[in-house]
Design a binder for this molecule. Structure first.
Ligand code: AMP
Ligand code: MG
Length: 193
Protein backbone atom coordinates (compact mmCIF):
# COMPACT_ATOMS: atom_id res chain seq x y z
CA UNK A 1 0.00 0.00 0.00
CA UNK A 2 2.19 2.84 -1.28
CA UNK A 3 1.52 6.49 -0.62
CA UNK A 4 -0.27 8.41 -3.33
CA UNK A 5 1.32 11.72 -4.27
CA UNK A 6 -1.49 12.83 -6.55
CA UNK A 7 -3.60 14.95 -4.22
CA UNK A 8 -3.31 16.72 -0.89
CA UNK A 9 -6.39 16.45 1.31
CA UNK A 10 -6.89 19.73 3.20
CA UNK A 11 -9.05 19.37 6.31
CA UNK A 12 -10.63 21.96 8.60
CA UNK A 13 -12.80 20.91 11.53
CA UNK A 14 -15.37 22.80 13.54
CA UNK A 15 -16.07 21.59 17.05
CA UNK A 16 -18.55 22.25 19.83
CA UNK A 17 -17.25 25.17 21.88
CA UNK A 18 -18.08 27.59 24.66
CA UNK A 19 -16.84 30.98 25.76
CA UNK A 20 -14.62 29.31 28.36
CA UNK A 21 -14.26 25.71 29.42
CA UNK A 22 -16.88 23.09 28.45
CA UNK A 23 -19.80 22.82 30.90
CA UNK A 24 -19.64 19.85 33.31
CA UNK A 25 -20.19 16.56 31.50
CA UNK A 26 -19.51 17.98 28.03
CA UNK A 27 -16.35 18.06 25.89
CA UNK A 28 -15.20 19.57 22.59
CA UNK A 29 -16.34 17.34 19.74
CA UNK A 30 -16.01 17.62 15.99
CA UNK A 31 -19.27 18.73 14.35
CA UNK A 32 -18.05 19.51 10.83
CA UNK A 33 -15.20 18.16 8.73
CA UNK A 34 -14.45 20.47 5.83
CA UNK A 35 -12.41 19.04 2.96
CA UNK A 36 -10.61 20.59 0.02
CA UNK A 37 -8.74 18.47 -2.50
CA UNK A 38 -5.61 20.07 -3.97
CA UNK A 39 -4.31 18.46 -7.16
CA UNK A 40 -0.53 18.20 -6.85
CA UNK A 41 0.25 18.23 -10.57
CA UNK A 42 -1.74 21.38 -11.46
CA UNK A 43 -1.34 22.89 -7.98
CA UNK A 44 -5.04 23.81 -8.01
CA UNK A 45 -7.79 23.40 -5.40
CA UNK A 46 -10.24 21.21 -7.32
CA UNK A 47 -12.90 19.95 -4.96
CA UNK A 48 -14.72 20.98 -1.80
CA UNK A 49 -16.84 18.99 0.64
CA UNK A 50 -18.35 19.21 4.10
CA UNK A 51 -19.29 16.34 6.40
CA UNK A 52 -21.60 17.20 9.30
CA UNK A 53 -21.00 15.10 12.41
CA UNK A 54 -23.50 14.55 15.20
CA UNK A 55 -21.90 15.16 18.61
CA UNK A 56 -22.42 12.42 21.20
CA UNK A 57 -21.10 14.01 24.38
CA UNK A 58 -21.95 17.69 23.90
CA UNK A 59 -24.47 20.18 22.54
CA UNK A 60 -24.04 23.07 20.14
CA UNK A 61 -24.10 26.19 22.33
CA UNK A 62 -25.41 29.61 21.34
CA UNK A 63 -21.77 30.77 21.37
CA UNK A 64 -20.82 27.96 18.98
CA UNK A 65 -23.66 28.83 16.59
CA UNK A 66 -22.58 32.47 16.62
CA UNK A 67 -19.02 31.46 15.72
CA UNK A 68 -19.72 28.75 13.15
CA UNK A 69 -23.37 29.35 12.09
CA UNK A 70 -23.91 25.62 12.81
CA UNK A 71 -27.01 24.75 14.87
CA UNK A 72 -27.89 21.69 16.94
CA UNK A 73 -30.65 20.74 14.49
CA UNK A 74 -28.19 20.88 11.56
CA UNK A 75 -25.63 18.63 13.22
CA UNK A 76 -28.39 16.29 14.48
CA UNK A 77 -28.75 15.31 10.80
CA UNK A 78 -25.04 14.52 10.61
CA UNK A 79 -23.34 11.12 10.72
CA UNK A 80 -21.38 9.69 13.66
CA UNK A 81 -17.70 10.54 14.12
CA UNK A 82 -16.82 6.86 13.52
CA UNK A 83 -18.72 6.88 10.20
CA UNK A 84 -17.09 10.16 9.20
CA UNK A 85 -13.61 8.67 9.76
CA UNK A 86 -14.52 5.69 7.56
CA UNK A 87 -15.86 8.05 4.88
CA UNK A 88 -12.59 10.00 4.81
CA UNK A 89 -10.67 6.79 4.13
CA UNK A 90 -13.17 5.46 1.60
CA UNK A 91 -13.81 8.64 -0.40
CA UNK A 92 -10.46 10.43 -0.08
CA UNK A 93 -7.95 7.67 0.79
CA UNK A 94 -6.78 9.90 3.63
CA UNK A 95 -4.71 7.03 5.05
CA UNK A 96 -2.61 6.93 1.86
CA UNK A 97 -2.34 10.61 1.01
CA UNK A 98 -0.57 13.65 2.38
CA UNK A 99 -3.06 15.74 4.29
CA UNK A 100 -2.91 19.36 5.41
CA UNK A 101 -4.54 21.73 7.86
CA UNK A 102 -4.04 25.27 9.13
CA UNK A 103 -2.14 24.92 12.42
CA UNK A 104 -2.05 21.83 14.60
CA UNK A 105 -5.53 22.10 16.14
CA UNK A 106 -7.38 19.94 13.61
CA UNK A 107 -4.78 17.17 13.82
CA UNK A 108 -4.80 17.19 17.62
CA UNK A 109 -8.60 17.13 17.79
CA UNK A 110 -8.68 14.09 15.47
CA UNK A 111 -5.98 12.36 17.53
CA UNK A 112 -7.78 13.10 20.81
CA UNK A 113 -11.20 12.02 19.59
CA UNK A 114 -9.98 8.82 17.90
CA UNK A 115 -7.98 7.83 20.97
CA UNK A 116 -10.82 8.54 23.42
CA UNK A 117 -13.29 6.43 21.41
CA UNK A 118 -10.99 3.69 20.10
CA UNK A 119 -11.69 4.75 16.52
CA UNK A 120 -9.10 4.05 13.83
CA UNK A 121 -7.24 7.27 13.00
CA UNK A 122 -8.20 8.04 9.37
CA UNK A 123 -4.99 9.78 8.31
CA UNK A 124 -1.49 8.70 7.42
CA UNK A 125 1.59 10.19 9.06
CA UNK A 126 2.31 12.79 6.38
CA UNK A 127 0.81 16.11 7.45
CA UNK A 128 1.49 19.64 6.21
CA UNK A 129 0.90 22.56 8.57
CA UNK A 130 -0.04 25.31 6.08
CA UNK A 131 0.04 28.02 8.78
CA UNK A 132 3.66 27.24 9.55
CA UNK A 133 4.62 26.79 5.89
CA UNK A 134 3.12 30.15 4.85
CA UNK A 135 4.98 31.99 7.64
CA UNK A 136 8.29 30.35 6.76
CA UNK A 137 8.01 30.86 2.99
CA UNK A 138 7.12 34.52 3.40
CA UNK A 139 9.53 35.07 6.31
CA UNK A 140 6.73 36.44 8.52
CA UNK A 141 8.14 36.61 12.07
CA UNK A 142 5.01 34.99 13.55
CA UNK A 143 2.35 32.61 12.28
CA UNK A 144 -0.89 34.39 11.29
CA UNK A 145 -4.55 33.39 11.20
CA UNK A 146 -6.22 32.19 8.01
CA UNK A 147 -7.98 35.49 7.26
CA UNK A 148 -4.69 37.41 7.56
CA UNK A 149 -2.92 34.82 5.40
CA UNK A 150 -5.44 35.39 2.60
CA UNK A 151 -4.87 39.17 2.89
CA UNK A 152 -1.11 38.71 2.67
CA UNK A 153 -1.56 36.67 -0.50
CA UNK A 154 -4.14 39.10 -1.91
CA UNK A 155 -6.77 36.39 -2.06
CA UNK A 156 -10.40 37.18 -1.15
CA UNK A 157 -11.93 35.08 1.65
CA UNK A 158 -14.54 32.94 -0.06
CA UNK A 159 -17.66 31.76 1.80
CA UNK A 160 -18.20 31.91 5.56
CA UNK A 161 -15.20 32.01 7.91
CA UNK A 162 -15.44 29.31 10.64
CA UNK A 163 -17.48 26.96 8.46
CA UNK A 164 -15.36 23.86 7.89
CA UNK A 165 -16.10 23.47 4.18
CA UNK A 166 -15.35 27.11 3.39
CA UNK A 167 -12.29 27.23 5.68
CA UNK A 168 -10.89 24.08 4.04
CA UNK A 169 -11.48 25.59 0.60
CA UNK A 170 -9.69 28.84 1.57
CA UNK A 171 -6.78 26.91 3.13
CA UNK A 172 -6.63 24.86 -0.07
CA UNK A 173 -6.36 28.12 -2.05
CA UNK A 174 -3.52 29.29 0.23
CA UNK A 175 -1.68 26.00 -0.27
CA UNK A 176 -2.35 26.17 -4.01
CA UNK A 177 -0.80 29.65 -4.15
CA UNK A 178 2.27 28.47 -2.22
CA UNK A 179 2.71 25.50 -4.59
CA UNK A 180 2.32 27.67 -7.69
CA UNK A 181 4.72 30.32 -6.34
CA UNK A 182 7.31 27.62 -5.71
CA UNK A 183 6.96 26.48 -9.33
CA UNK A 184 7.12 29.94 -10.92
CA UNK A 185 10.39 29.16 -12.65
CA UNK A 186 8.50 26.42 -14.43
CA UNK A 187 5.56 28.66 -15.44
CA UNK A 188 3.64 27.62 -12.35
CA UNK A 189 3.62 23.97 -13.31
CA UNK A 190 5.14 21.00 -11.63
CA UNK A 191 8.18 19.38 -13.23
CA UNK A 192 5.94 16.51 -14.36
CA UNK A 193 3.78 18.62 -16.71
P1 AMP B 1 -11.88 27.55 13.02
O1 AMP B 1 -11.37 26.51 12.08
O2 AMP B 1 -11.04 28.77 13.13
O3 AMP B 1 -13.30 27.88 12.63
O4 AMP B 1 -11.91 26.91 14.47
C1 AMP B 1 -12.15 25.56 14.69
C2 AMP B 1 -12.84 25.37 16.01
O5 AMP B 1 -12.05 25.93 17.06
C3 AMP B 1 -14.21 26.01 16.16
O6 AMP B 1 -15.25 25.21 15.61
C4 AMP B 1 -14.32 26.12 17.67
O7 AMP B 1 -14.65 24.87 18.25
C5 AMP B 1 -12.90 26.46 18.07
N1 AMP B 1 -12.74 27.91 18.15
C6 AMP B 1 -12.27 28.74 17.19
N2 AMP B 1 -12.28 30.02 17.60
C7 AMP B 1 -12.78 30.00 18.85
C8 AMP B 1 -13.05 30.99 19.84
N3 AMP B 1 -12.80 32.28 19.61
N4 AMP B 1 -13.58 30.59 21.03
C9 AMP B 1 -13.82 29.30 21.28
N5 AMP B 1 -13.58 28.30 20.40
C10 AMP B 1 -13.08 28.64 19.21
MG1 MG C 1 -12.75 26.28 10.57
Amino acid sequence: MGDKLDRIIVVDVEATCWQGKPPAGQENEIIEIGICVVDINSGQAIEKDSILVKPERSQVSEFCTQLTTLTQSQVDKGISFAEACLLLRKNYSTHQRVWASYGEYDKRQFERQCLARSIKYPFGRKHINVKNLLAIINAIPQEVGMARALEILNLPLEGTHHRGGDDAWNIGRILSRLLCQAREGNNGRSVRS
